[in-house]
Design a protein. Structure first.
Ligand code: GUN
Length: 293
């Protein structure tokens, strides 16, 4: 069994971006700049955004963290996004999800200028991706593709089963894996909460992508021996033995699935780190277009 180590794969990608950033700044160019908006004080969102900002610093990007309290008016948030859209020094804008209930997620996503939408959530970029045009790919599916590539996991003709149909992970993942070329050319089945014979389908997977957000949902009896397992779950569960008071659990029961898999991502230390690598790649690509314009 091969461990698909997000630390190793993301470090390789980040190192390349860091070198290119250093070369650009030596040549007199400004640094790439990511703006992250964080609303409220959800512990998990705080951690994710902090990692994104920290990674920017590590690879030589500028970053700006903009914090709002939970009761921010939708209008104020839209005004901030518009200001960032117009700011020539900002390459990428990300609004950490989920948002408070009184704010319409769709409205916020639509407000981000497509050329700064490094999350790849704007319908323009979703349309570009779906039609196979080069664009920003949502960071988690992008990170998974980068992981498959880093470890040279064969994908052509494989049956990929994606569990979960979110617009952030499952839906784009299913589209990307079915695309022509590498890593793609898969036959894809997208399963979700209304799928009736989930276990039967999961057992047919050569590549199983668990992105449903249910702790340790995938058990050994749902996995074909030799399958490649990609665990997208990152759920906090109470654990008094930890200093933080919680442990991070994936959607896969790692201990029983790992021995029968040919390759598997750990949680933590797997897909989560690749998501950040995907985001940094998108920010780098946005920057390149902006400095060339
Ligand atoms: N919340 C969970 N995943 C993501 C992500 O990839 N981007 C943003 N903006 N919010 C998220």
């Amino acid at each position: 069994m091969q461990l698909l180590d997000g630390k190793i794969a993301s470090a390789a990608i980040l190192q390349k971006i860091k070198s290119k950033t250093a070369a650009a700044t030596v040549a007199g160019k400004r640094k790439p700049h990511l703006a992250a908006i964080l609303i409220g004080n959800d512990g998990a969102s705080e951690t994710y955004v902090a990692s994104k900002v920290k990674t920017c610093t590590e690879i030589g990007f500028d970053s700006t963290l903009i914090r709002f309290s939970n009761d921010i008016a939708e209008k104020e948030l839209l005004q901030k996004i518009e200001a960032l859209n117009l700011d020539p020094h900002i390459d990428g804008i990300l609004v950490q999800l989920p948002l408070p209930k009184h704010i319409a997620e769709e409205k916020i996503i639509h407000a981000i200028a497509p050329h700064k939408d490094v999350d790849g959530f704007h319908p323009y970029n979703v349309g570009m991706m779906t039609s196979g045009a080069p664009t920003f790919i949502p960071a988690t599916p992008y990170g998974i593709l980068l992981m498959l590539e880093h470890y040279q996991i064969p994908t052509k003709g494989k049956h990929a089963v994606v569990i979960g149909r979110s617009h952030i992970v499952g839906t784009p993942m299913s589209i990307l894996l079915s695309r022509k070329g590498y890593p793609g050319d898969c036959t894809v089945t997208l399963c979700h909460s209304a799928t009736t014979n989930l276990k039967e389908i999961a057992l047919q997977a050569d590549i199983l992508i668990a992105a449903l957000g249910k702790t340790e949902f995938i058990t050994a009896d749902m996995v074909k021996p030799g399958a490649v397992i990609i665990d997208v779950g990152i759920t906090r569960v109470e654990d008094s033995s930890k200093k933080s008071g919680f442990a991070i659990k994936g959607d896969v029961k790692f201990d029983e699935v790992a021995p029968i898999a040919s390759a598997i991502t750990p949680v933590p230390g797997g897909v989560g780190l690749m998501t950040i690598a995907g985001l940094m790649m998108n920010t780098w690509n946005a920057y390149q277009k902006h400095i060339a314009a």
